[in-house]
Design a protein around this ligand. Structure first.
Ligand code: WT7
Length: 656
């Protein structure tokens, strides 16, 4: 762990924010959540979670709620058996809701599909039967590398139904990122599409799969959905069209019950080293918390609400709040394939109006983008159906929060600022609509059943008004069960910082206000948060030094008014050239996009003669952040060579 991440002006005013927004009496009276939940959970935490688990259908009931004897490896609902897909699909058909729309799917070019729960059951069964025909066995890993098409959801649920462990890889990631994830999980199958629509144009996707699987001997088949009709290369025997294999299958399949701790999915996320971590989630506890949080935090009314979470299924938000939480609650939801400004900047509001969306869940970076585009755009649409708004991915600055409430929520809707992580599996800290008086910029309080603290360096809880590190001091049902194939790294990354207390260290800085509400302050490790996506500085540095012209690289996240943080790279070129030239800089930015994916493309690349290092050789990113954020340079006394910063600043003044 190193110094505090870049914290700019947005954060300063965040800490002086004092407005509160109590729920209306009308909302409170009809809310799913009740204030007593906190007391009930505090009185008997395990009993509370057992009660939440009863939201689900269990084929065999558990004998023990929590087994923490092998901490930090938790077992929840020990001895229980269930089928996750049955819980998300079949049981809603069996309870008479087969005709309810599960998914209003909206393609980027404007094509649409309406999928009822009966349709969803048929599609998931066909897909499951197809995976069986390919010889997939319980426990096998399946990589899913797809845009936001319904088949991506069918594929995830078919895996869940068969006890296959899926590993969804975001469709914006590179061939190399896909290759390393397939390899780490030793996946046998990749499910993909020929191409994807991005900003109005079809872009090929399968070539990245071809490139990746050329180097992954574990892959036996590539199952390809036709989405854009882009020409693709074909390897006979290995590649199979979805429509050839899946469409001919029976729409009947009897689900088998799996152990509560059966692995459901692996999802890779950036850590402080270059190698992404495969976060492992299992079945019963995960689904319990995804379901409970979705129901209470969004106040979901399954018979009347239309819910829309704008995330991509490539991220955990898509897993927990498009697929597992919402479908387990019999949601009717919108799934949108494309970008928010295609073909115009009002696309989201047009969709809200068209489907009468009542719950809308998005990220601060997008809210700030909407602010930039102007309030006159949402004004042109009827947004009166909206009744709950959500935010996730990074701290939301009070300006954005207020803008969201006034311009999207008609100064009426509650806003839930939900803090959680890939590792936590589900929402942990959030207001409850109808219960909490909201404070713009604060995630406020751990949900009933969840326990979080802000502690100092020694692990002691700080007083109200104090700041420190966010920890989770009690196990929770949807917690990660480890890092795929690396138990040591799991212990080291999350449990070693406060080993004496047995706390989970989240990697975030936080503070309590005078009421004891929690304000998240950003990462305290070498992880950047760009548009709500986690990217490690070392991962981008490794990509840069893999380019033949680069001798050394240091990367920092600099405060960015729209994306939260922007990636700023400092590079030393081979041969010591101090002027990279626009061409060289472009080549480096493109190289990072190719190695990791466009989301990791540095906002700026600065060519420098030296990097600031401590005597032990550690790069002082804090000083580079000062440069990147145009601040005067901070304390340089621990630098091995204190003239380096002048050299860098002088060089940049001349060079750029
Ligand atoms: C990191 C987790 C959770 C799904 C999306 C990101 C930051 C997330 C908030 C919030 C302040 C937040 C934290 C966290 N974060 N939500 N409401 N307020 N910060 O998942 O990629 O695993 O990233 O995102 O820094 O540690 P992720």
């Amino acid at each position: 762990m190193t110094e505090q991440s870049g914290q700019g002006p947005a954060l300063d005013n965040l800490l002086t924010e004092s407005r509160t927004f109590p729920p209306s009496d009308e909302f409170a009276a009809a809310a799913n959540a009740r204030p007593e939940l906190y007391r009930e959970a505090d009185a008997d935490r395990e009993g509370f979670w057992a009660k939440q688990a009863e939201r689900l259908h269990w084929d065999t009931k558990w004998d023990q709620v929590l087994d923490w004897s092998d901490a930090p490896f938790a077992k929840w609902f020990v001895g229980g058996k269930l089928n996750v897909a049955y819980n998300c699909v079949d049981r809603h058909v069996e309870s008479g809701h087969g005709d309810q729309v599960a998914i209003h799917w909206e393609g980027e070019p404007g094509d649409t599909r309406t999928i009822t729960y009966s349709d969803l059951r048929a599609e998931v069964c066909r897909t499951a039967n197809a995976l069986l025909e390919l010889g997939m066995n319980t426990g096998d890993r399946v990589a899913i590398y797809m845009p936001m098409v319904p088949e991506a959801i069918f594929a995830m649920l078919a895996c869940a139904r068969l006890g296959l462990t899926h590993s969804v890889v975001f469709g914006g990631f590179s061939a190399e990122a896909l290759r390393s994830r397939i390899d780490d999980a030793q996946a046998r199958l990749v499910i993909t599409t020929d191409g994807q629509y991005r900003r109005g144009n079809p872009a090929a996707l399968k070539p990245a799969v071809d490139e990746a699987v050329a180097q992954t001997p574990s892959i036996e088949h590539v199952l390809v959905v036709k989405r854009t009709s882009t020409d693709v290369e074909w390897t006979d025997g290995r590649d199979i069209w979805w429509h050839d294999l899946v469409d001919k299958q029976s729409d009947q399949h009897t689900p088998e019950a799996f152990d509560a701790e059966h692995p459901l999915y692996i999802l890779y996320t950036s850590g402080t080293t270059g190698r992404p971590k495969g976060i492992l989630h299992t079945s019963g506890g995960y689904l319990t918390q995804a379901s409970y949080t979705h129901f209470n935090v969004f106040d979901l009314k399954p018979d009347t609400d239309v819910y829309w979470c704008t995330a991509d299924i490539g991220w955990v938000t898509g897993h927990s709040y498009i697929v597992y939480g919402p479908l387990s609650n019999r949601v009717t939801q919108v799934v949108y394939e494309g970008t928010p400004n295609t073909p115009h900047e009002g696309r989201h509001w047009e969709i809200v109006q068209k489907y009468k969306v009542s719950i809308y869940y998005t990220a601060p970076t997008l809210i700030r983008t909407f602010m930039k585009w102007g309030a006159d755009i949402p004004e042109k649409f009827d947004l009166s159906s909206l009744r709950v708004l959500g935010s996730v991915g990074e701290p939301i600055n009070p300006e954005a929060w207020i803008w969201y409430r006034e311009n999207i929520g008609a100064s009426r809707t509650p806003i839930v600022d939900t803090w959680w992580q890939t590792e936590t599996g589900a929402i942990m800290i959030s207001p409850l609509p109808g219960v909490t008086s909201a404070k713009p910029g604060s995630a406020q309080r751990a949900l009933p059943g969840v326990s979080a603290k802000v502690v100092d360096d020694q692990g002691n809880e700080v007083p109200h008004g104090g700041g420190g590190y966010l920890v989770l001091d009690k196990p929770w049902p949807s917690m990660l069960r480890g890092i795929w194939g690396d138990n040591d790294r799991y212990r080291e990354t999350y449990w070693s910082r406060f080993a004496a207390q047995g706390y989970y260290f989240a990697g975030d800085g936080a503070k309590y206000d005078n009421d004891g509400d929690i304000w998240l302050l950003g990462r305290v490790d070498d992880v950047m948060n760009v548009s709500g996506h986690r990217i490690s500085t070392t991962e981008v540095e490794s990509a840069l030094v893999s380019h033949p012209t680069v001798a050394e690289a240091a990367v920092v996240g600099a405060t960015d008014p729209t994306t939260g943080q922007g990636i700023v790279a400092f590079v030393i070129l081979r041969g010591g050239a101090v002027d990279g030239g626009a061409e060289a800089v472009k080549a480096l930015r493109d190289h990072v996009a190719k190695e990791i994916g466009p989301i990791a493309k540095p906002r700026q690349v600065m060519v420098v003669p030296e990097l600031p290092k401590t005597r032990s050789g550690k790069i002082m990113r804090r000083l580079l952040r000062d440069v990147a954020e145009n601040r005067s340079i901070g304390d340089v006394t621990t630098l091995a060579d204190s003239s380096v910063m002048e050299l860098i600043s002088d060089g940049l003044k001349k060079g750029t």
